[in-house]
Design a protein around this ligand. Sequence first.
Ligand code: NAP
Length: 201
Amino acid sequence: MTNKKVGIMGGSFNPIHHGHLVVANEVLNIYNFDEIIFVPAGIPPHKNGLKTNPWDRYMMVQIATVSNDRFTVSDIEIKRTGKSYTLDTLIQFREMYPDTEFYFITGMDAVIDLPNWHEPDKLLKLCKFIAVSRPGIDKDVIENKIKEIKDTLNGHIELMQVPMLQISSTDIRERIKNGISAKYLLPETVEQYIIKNKLYR
Ligand code: NAP
């Protein structure tokens, strides 16, 4: 018997924006989660390291989520030395939160690549997945890909399309680099943090 239902928002959050916050709020309502834990990725195993300091990404997530008492932020992956695998995160969370059902929420692009993650079959035994896609992507194509992965790995993966996810961190970084305003795409306090700390220049 599970007592709690917790959503884990995984991603680089480089930087966090209104798209992520809308996704978190939507899943909170739809799945009736007790809590959503934002987990900024440390050094993603598949990337050669993000240029932004992990603690800056973590701070921006803290600032952005402060007004929602069902949103929390974990530094579990930021503190981890070496490569950071989602499987290790789930193992740690399951020890910390017994009798809890976990859902890992992340972008569709990452979920499509799930067969190449570290021990994906083990991971899918520890949590369910919610794959969030941007609008404009052909739903049939995505559904077929998800079905393929589900059949191969025998896991539980749900699909969700969120219009607000038209906002992207890549676009925000490009705007800031080119001196174009990113106003209203992300919380004002996060924008101020970026300016104050001269990020993405
Ligand atoms: P990413 O570069 O941050 O995101 C990939 C795509 O998904 C981007 O389009 C991104 O949009 C979107 N996205 C990211 N987080 C989202 C969220 N919570 N909700 C909705 N959309 C989101 O992330 P990534 O490096 O591919 O990794 C995503 C997650 O999967 C991380 O937690 C990472 O640790 C995990 N992962 C684990 C392994 C492994 O264990 N071997 C391998 C790959 C990924 P924005 O750019 O606008 O955020």
